[in-house]
Design a protein around this ligand. Structure first.
Ligand code: WTA
Length: 667
């Protein structure tokens, strides 16, 4: 049994500031039984420290290569990396066929459960057939290696079939989260010049059927690149039909041959583009390639989640529309021959115990989710999970935002029977796979800390000048050595790639990667992530840029100017708070309330419901520096009800009085 050491005082509150984080001194050393059979061992760290490239070379042996590589890493053209140079492989073959060939065709790959309660059991042999049929269907539509395919689907198995069929054919997929608006979908389709969109007639959400195909219809109206729309019938909802362009999945895919011979592609062949928010309004298409990405996804999934393919049931609660879904629902687990659970719906449909019912039904042993979800479960009450048999769980993971020690403790106690390891995993869309995390069975974990880099990964915390800070010090997180799953670029924008990630810091050997996160070393050298240092907000683990929301607001005819900040939020990590100046002014209080509602809906329509501001405050002025830059720091003080920080650099320091007095009125 793991012993809790150190102080047993209750953890800091969720508004975790640096000081209270550093007062956290509980440590959970690895359980001896767990450690005895853990996939990870101390020797991984030793091997990687002795020869990093040789270490990655041996991790790549997890995969089947049609042609072996001749060089592990070519970094001569930094920051453009080539991993496993000369190697050729098929990603889908690695995730599917080879498991069938090794005699595991009857093993369940996916226990899928729909929100209404329907289920599908998909074995590796089933998956091989479905992926082959889908690949044949995509070929029949004229798609060839290198073409881009947008996938805009709910959490149904066809999303996995589609991604793997693309991988199998060397098509580059761009999965767009089903919660994004038609407008957000359109910009992503246009940027990647996708020739096919795969969608469904609708999606189940909180017991209702919502449209999806209609967003595609709007999005592709002027998208000249799109030749076809492939539509899965999921809900039976009526859809508009465009003959010649739209094709039903059941007409096209279900009639295809179940045989398909995979072709090997270069290790650096583009696998997918995934859009994420940056500091400007335009989302960045993060590009990932094949061999290095799959190596890191497989290795981290094996070591961090301790997956035992013959006995574990693994569940990652993310959506395939995010990078967590790509690496830890699809590519990592399938490369490792995992048996996974995939769930379509929301955690409280039809009741707040839905997740625990699923854990009990499938005997889930490994669970991976986000702090915001954990805090929501905390709010609903520990009696809800207590009503279910969660004894199958043996490891818990967290991702997406800093986890406050209180949530970490609750997760371990109420979900993990006060016994399971909890791994807090730090990584990004750009990194492709987990970078910083304790290794279960090896690392003693502290609630709230991602602890240290994984074997093979190198990170540092540096000050403004790029000099590493000492223990107890804080600054910017940088990655000072290339890694196999690293992004290979921003789709169509080489300069933005260099500027965003590689121009802020360098060391003697060249440019180093700036992650955009603040971090601290504690007195023992453990890493504590502190959130973004740029204008990117993190709302329920979703990255949203302040400028994106500002652009949506000023696109509304009533708004003259807008400034958006992420304010601390006990459940969602950050909440979006917008300050707007109206055109012409003079709204009455009533009109104001109505308008605020309209503006919130407008943002949801422009970007998606995840970007809906928690609060919109109508103000007469915005605080600006003499050079005209909005001082978000002061607005954050207002949004978080804090005393105002330094106002001396304001062009007009009475502005803050105006804003504060304006807020007294109902808005
Ligand atoms: C944040 C999600 C603290 C961080 C995989 C990062 C975290 C951004 C953690 C990437 C963590 C992710 N602790 N912060 N364990 N995991 N983040 O691209 O700010 O959606 O830069 O990738 O989430 O978000 P993304």
């Amino acid at each position: 049994m793991t012993q809790q050491t150190g102080s047993a005082e209750s953890g800091p509150s969720s508004a975790a500031t640096l000081d209270n984080l550093l007062s956290e001194n509980r440590t959970f050393p690895p359980d001896e039984d767990f450690a005895r059979s853990a996939n990870a061992t101390q020797s991984l760290y030793d091997e990687a420290a002795a020869d990093r490239e040789a270490f990655w070379g041996s991790q790549a042996e997890r995969l089947h290569w049609d042609t072996p590589w001749t060089q592990v890493l070519d970094w001569s053209n930094a920051p453009f990396a080539k991993w496993f140079v000369g190697g050729r492989l098929n990603v889908a073959y690695n995730c599917v066929d080879r498991h069938v060939e090794s005699g595991h065709g009857d093993q369940v790959a996916i226990h899928w459960e729909g929100e209404p309660g329907d289920t599908r059991t998909i074995t590796y042999a089933d998956l091989r057939r479905e992926v082959a049929k889908t690949a044949n269907a995509l070929t029949s539509l004229g798609l060839t290696a290198g073409d881009r395919v947008a996938i805009y689907l709910p959490m149904i198995p066809e999303a996995v079939f589609s991604m793997l069929a693309c991988a199998r054919l060397g098509l580059t997929h761009s999965v767009v989260f089903g919660g994004f608006s038609a407008e957000a979908l359109r910009t992503r389709i246009d940027d990647a010049e996708a020739s096919l969109v795969i969608t469904s007639d609708g999606q189940n959400r909180r017991g209702k059927v919502l449209g999806l195909k209609e967003n595609v219809d709007t999005a592709v109206r002027d998208a000249h690149s799109v030749r076809n729309v492939l539509v899965v019938r999921r809900t039976g909802k009526d859809v508009e039909w465009h003959d010649g362009r739209d094709v039903w999945w059941h007409d096209l895919v279900d009639t295809q041959s179940e045989e398909h011979t995979p072709e090997a592609f270069d290790a650096e062949h583009p696998l997918f583009i995934l859009y994420t928010s940056g500091t400007t309004g335009k989302p960045k298409g993060i590009l990932h390639t094949s061999g290095g990405y799959l190596t890191q996804a497989a290795y981290t999934h094996h070591a961090v989640f301790d997956l035992k393919p013959d006995t574990d049931v693994y569940w990652c609660g993310a959506d395939v529309g995010w990078v967590t879904g790509h690496s830890y629902i699809v590519y990592g687990p399938l490369a490792n021959r995992a048996t996974s659970v995939m769930y379509e719906g929301t955690p409280n449909t039809p009741h707040e115990g839905r997740w625990w019912e699923i854990v009990q039904r499938y005997r889930v042993s490994i669970l991976y989710t986000a702090p915001t979800t954990i805090r929501t479960f905390m709010k609903w009450g520990s009696d809800i999970p207590a009503r279910h048999d969660l004894s199958s769980l043996r490891l818990l993971g967290s991702v997406g935002e800093p986890i406050n020690p209180e949530a970490w403790m609750w997760y371990r106690e109420h979900i993990g029977a006060a016994a399971t390891p909890v791994v807090d995993t730090w990584w990004q869309t750009e990194t492709g796979g987990i970078m910083i995390s304790p290794l279960p069975g090896v690392t003693a974990a502290k609630p709230g800390s991602a602890m240290g880099t994984l074997p093979g990964i190198s990170a540092k915390i540096v000050d403004e000048n790029g000099v590493e800070v000492g223990r107890g010090g804080g600054g910017y997180l940088v990655l000072d050595q290339p890694w196999p799953g690293m992004l290979r670029g921003i789709w169509g924008d080489e300069q933005r790639f260099r500027d965003t990630y590689w121009s802020r810091f360098r060391d003697e050997s060249g440019p180093i990667y700036f992650a955009g996160d603040g971090a601290k070393y504690d007195a023992e050298g453990a890493i504590w992530l502190l959130g973004r240092v740029d204008d990117v907000m993190n709302v329920s683990g979703h990255r949203i840029s302040t400028t994106e929301v500002e652009s949506a607001l000023v696109a509304h005819s009533s708004v003259a100017e807008a400034a958006v900040v992420g304010a601390a939020d006990a459940t969602t990590g950050q909440g979006i708070v917008a300050f707007v100046i109206l055109r012409g002014g003079g709204e009455s209080a009533d009109e104001g309330a109505e308008l605020v509602k309209r503006l919130r809906d407008h943002v949801a329509k422009e970007i998606g419901p995840i970007a809906k501001p928690r609060q919109i405050l109508v103000v007469p002025e915005l605080p600006k520096t003499r050079s005209g830059k909005i001082m978000r720091r002061l607005l954050r003080d207002v949004a978080e009800n804090r005393e105002l920080g330094d106002v001396t650099t304001l062009q007009d320091s009475s502005v803050m009085d105006l804003i504060s007095s304006g807020l007294a009125k109902p808005a």
